[in-house]
Design a protein around this ligand. Structure first.
Ligand code: ZN
Length: 961
């Protein structure tokens, strides 16, 4: 077959563009406003990016066919530091990056020269991505396109920021942030390698003493200070004697580095080898008790201070390290203190149901752990920590906290220590190492007098929570993730020192951060249409304008005058906002759940009235390449535009969507692209053969296939409504094939020629349902079918209600009988000269329906059934054949309820008539012989093997000679 996909793609893309098919303005129809996270143009898009946008496009196209006025717009997010970082590398003549531009991204050399300007990089990839989106056939209203650095957008963001600040939701304060020491900038997900959000947690530092020096340890469980028996130090580490403000601390150099970002003055004054500290005694921060410092290999310089306290009763690592020493298995352990170590016993301070006297010992024995390097210790630790946290109660040896539950009293204990001056805090990245895109390792920094979005605000969270509760979230299982994010969310730095974007309106030294200027831009799609048409000018825009468009606040005459537009135009903009808002569906990848999508809702609930809050979020998983994660370093990235050139847009769209439902990772591979391509080419060929005409003189198989088609429509529509696109595609492209094959076999056997009408109907329905997924080839098929209008303008097929089940039951009787015959022939290896079918006696049919009725009402007891059937004159003959009831009951029980119900409503069908008239042609076609059909009670039947008596309804007896 010779299908030129690129030609077909271009043909239909041009037609859509010529007709402005995707330019959407308010009209009398009901609207749907479908949006997707806009791209950050620092590289061309690859197959992986294609998934979210393709899902959004399919969704838009489907809703359009359902009769909605669907707006699907697109913008480009220039804000942020990565592009700036790239331009700096080009300025520095970084050959690695320049080569990547040349070879990986195919950027022409004269363009690369311009890349010293970050905006030129963004512009270049912006156009590249846009071209790819057009080539993929996305039904975008390009009149509304914008970038986040145009003056009008900046005015919009200034309005957003001032409005948030007026509502006290942007606050100045001192808060910890993820930080790149090299860029001197806060970092969030979009600034890091691998797109990880720096996540950090607060550890309590307990200050133990040796004379005038402090040995600090960091812990998440300050309550366990009451159970300390010793400290652990790694003899291999060289510790730093460090001046921390006015105190001398002994800590790892990594700890000193971390502390220097946490509002402390740090000065390293000397080295102390870990081994030198072993055997020394330290004084408890809360009593006169002293503890030995002992060696342990599990102690790491990068966690906490590089020194840890040992709570052997509640920490499996500590318990095991002590055991290792007692057993003589620890290097660097001086003989002189061995006896002292032997005297150390665990001190139990928490009682938890399910654990014995020493919880750590319990778990270690259960898990068969025998040394401190056993990885199982991690699980042991997790188990004890979580159980003791939620269920544990503190013992009498915990001072005034005795009898209290650990989870309730933790903060109180923290507070108590901190007021005593014996403790401090350190913030640690929990997902370290996190690397900035510049390559530096990120830290936690205490940022002072900075601008923060007050995402810790309880009322704000509550409002967002309500919105999430009333929204549709697809798939629904992701909803709790949003609630979790809201729970842990705290103040978030919203200004940056470098990058592209908008200046903080009241503090022009700072720029609005990229996850703060990308949360309500869906509203800007309304405004950008008028900006791009030059009907409104950025220089005239003020907060009053946005207040009017979004809230109808203020005096329209005054606002219009200031904008230098008519009141009519101003009201048109306001009306257009009211028409399209709220967002009906927001699409994004799963990685944006903990940030963008949550912020999107948070900002909407405070910046817009309730009726304009978003209606739906749709989240999808990522795309794997041959089962592996796609990445530049793996070299398995296929640029989207290359793939389109090679395979055509539709095979790419389908293969991305057909391998997985929303949240699963989709697996992309070339074999599946070619498979789909071939399949679509076959369908196109079928369409060429079929022409538009009416369905006349319906035969039973026509009625049947129409009923199957109707069923297909209802299945696909249901899948589409739940956004189960994989399922829908399977139904459209593959699952209907077996039914179609049967139909074709039937019409061939009957040598029918008048089937164009019915074939046209089948193909039209399939093509129409395929068109949201494969818009180009579907238009081509639609045209081949003889239609003049475009399929994208047609309406979604509507299920025809079928109240007659008989054709479906008859057809399934025919196909199952054909299967039975084929199986007998296969097993007996006869080459048939005679095929005889016997249909069941009429009393059996009556009995069958009685049994069916009983099963339906839950009566399946054989004895009762037989009694009842014998009592009835119509069915008393089962006396002769009690086995019939057993077999029939088994037949019925093995069927799906749906089929049973269909049989119930259809009542008795005339099997003899159907088989005689419809099966004859099939037998003749398949075996070249004439079929003989007898009724079981036919006195003159040919039945040498006495087969007729075994016939049952829907299960005729067969004789083959
Ligand atoms: Zn950096």
């Amino acid at each position: 077959m010779d299908v030129n996909w690129n030609t077909i793609d271009a043909k239909w893309q041009n037609k859509w563009a010529e007709n402005n098919d995707h330019d959407v303005d308010p009209n009398e129809k009901e609207k749907k406003f479908i949006t997707v996270a806009y791209p950050y143009p620092n590289s061309p898009q690859h197959i992986g990016h294609g998934r979210t946008y393709t899902i959004t496009d399919v969704h838009s196209r489907y809703l359009r066919m359902k009769g909605y006025n669907v707006l699907f717009p697109m913008g480009f997010h220039y804000t942020g530091t990565p592009i700036l970082g790239m331009s700096k590398r080009v300025q520095a003549n970084d050959t690695e990056l320049i080569n990547a531009f040349k070879t990986l991204y195919n950027v022409p050399e004269d363009k690369i020269k311009d890349f010293v300007d970050p905006v030129k990089i963004a512009d270049y990839f912006h156009e590249e991505i846009k071209a790819g989106m057009i080539e993929m056939g996305y039904s975008i209203d390009w009149r509304r396109e914008f970038t986040t650095i145009i003056p009008a957008y900046q005015k919009f963001i200034e309005w957003q920021f001032r409005t948030l600040k007026q509502n006290n939701l942007i606050v100045q304060g001192n808060h910890p942030v993820g930080w790149c020491p090299n860029d001197q900038n806060p970092v969030s997900q979009h600034d890091t390698l691998g797109d990880v959000e720096p996540d950090f947690t607060e550890y309590v530092i307990m200050k133990f003493n040796i004379e005038n020096e402090i040995i600090p340890i960091a812990t998440l469980r300050p309550e366990t200070l009451f159970g300390v028996t010793n400290l652990w130090i790694n003899p291999e580490i060289v510790y730093k004697k460090t001046k921390v403000n006015d105190e001398i601390w002994i800590i790892s150099s990594e700890c000193a580095h971390k502390l220097s970002f946490l509002d402390k003055t740090i000065e390293i004054i000397g080295d102390v080898k870990g081994s030198e500290l072993i055997g020394k005694n330290v004084k408890s921060p809360i009593s006169s008790e002293e503890f030995l410092i002992l060696p342990a290999s599990f102690v790491s310089a990068t966690t906490g201070t590089g020194i840890v306290m040992s709570v052997p009763a509640h920490a499996p690592y500590d318990y095991q390290a002590l055991e290792d020493i007692k057993n003589g298995n620890t290097k660097g352990m001086p003989e002189s203190i061995r006896d002292q170590v032997k005297a150390i016993n665990p001190i139990t301070i928490i009682t938890t149901e399910g654990f014995g006297e020493v919880p750590a010992e319990d778990v270690i024995k259960r898990m068969n752990i025998t040394n401190q390097n056993d990885p199982k210790l991690e699980d042991a630790t997790k188990e004890i920590y979580s159980k003791e946290y939620y269920e544990g109660k503190l013992n009498q040896n915990t001072d005034k906290f005795s009898g209290k539950r650990v989870s309730f009293v933790k903060d109180e204990i923290k507070e108590w220590f901190s007021t005593s001056g014996k403790s401090d805090i350190i913030l640690e990245l929990t997902n370290a190492p996190v690397k900035c895109r510049c390559g530096s390792e990120c830290v936690v920094k205490m940022l002072n007098n900075q601008w923060f979005l007050d995402y810790g605000n309880k009322e704000w969270k509550e409002k967002a929570h309500n919105c999430f509760e009333s929204m549709s979230i697809l798939p629904n299982e992701i909803r709790t993730e949003f609630f979790n994010v809201l729970d842990w969310l705290r103040e978030r730095a919203c200004a940056r020192q470098h990058g592209l974007g908008t200046r903080v309106p009241w503090d022009k030294d700072w720029l609005v951060e990229s996850l703060a200027d990308s949360v309500i831009y869906m509203a800007f799609y309304i405004i950008s249409k008028f900006v791009n048409a030059k009907e409104i000018l950025a220089e005239n825009m003020s907060d009053e304008f946005f207040d009017y468009v979004f809230y109808e606040k203020g005096n329209s005459d005054a606002v219009a005058q200031k904008m230098q537009i008519t009141v009519k135009k101003l009201d048109e903009i306001r009306k257009e906002f009211l028409y399209f808002y709220p967002v009906d569906s927001r699409h994004s990848g799963r990685d944006l759940v903990p940030n963008h999508l949550t912020f999107f809702v948070l900002n909407h609930v405070v910046l817009f009235p309730k009726e304009n809050w978003p209606k739906e979020i749709v989240v999808n998983g990522s795309v794997l390449m041959d089962g592996k994660k796609m990445s530049k370093s793996m070299g398995n990235i296929i640029p989207l535009r290359d793939a389109i050139k090679k395979y055509g847009a539709d095979p790419i769209r389908l293969s991305i969507l057909i391998s997985a439902e929303l949240l699963q990772d989709a697996d992309f591979n070339i074999e599946s692209v070619s498979g789909i391509k071939n399949k679509l080419e076959v369908m196109l060929e079928e369409c060429k053969k079929s022409k538009k005409s009416e369905c006349a003189d319906l035969e039973p198989e026509d009625v049947w296939i129409q009923s199957r088609l109707s069923h297909l429509i209802s299945e696909v529509t249901e899948s589409m409504d739940k956004m189960r696109f994989r399922e829908a595609l399977h139904h459209i492209v593959y699952e209907f094939d077996s039914e179609l094959q049967w139909f074709l076999k039937r019409i061939k056997a009957k040598k029918r020629e008048n089937v164009t009408g019915i074939m046209y109907k089948i193909l039209s329905v399939r093509v129409a349902m395929l068109s949201p997924f494969a818009p180009h080839i579907a238009e081509e098929m639609w045209e081949q079918l003889g239609n003049t209008k475009m399929v994208s303008k047609s309406t979604w097929p509507i299920q025809e209600i079928q109240d007659n089940n008989t054709p479906v039951l008859t057809e399934s009787l025919l196909s199952s009988t054909m299967n039975d015959i084929a199986n007998i022939i296969k097993v007996t290896k006869i080459s048939p000269k005679r095929i005889v079918i016997y249909t069941a006696d009429s009393w059996k049919s009556k009995a069958y329906h009685q049994i069916l009725k009983n099963v339906h009402s839950g009566q399946t007891d054989i004895g009762t059934l037989i009694k009842e059937l014998i009592a009835n004159k119509d069915t008393e003959q089962i006396k002769k054949d009690p086995d019939f009831v057993k077999k029939t009951l088994k037949d019925i029980l093995s069927e799906p309820t749906e089929l049973r119900d269909a049989k119930m409503t259809a009542g008795e069908i005339d099997e003899n008539a159907s088989i005689s008239s419809e099966l004859t042609s099939l037998i003749e076609n398949d075996y070249g012989i004439k079929l003989q059909v007898f009724s079981e009670d036919d006195q003159d039947k040919y039945d040498p093997k006495n087969k007729a008596r075994i016939a049952r309804p829907y299960k005729p007896a067969i004789l083959i000679e």
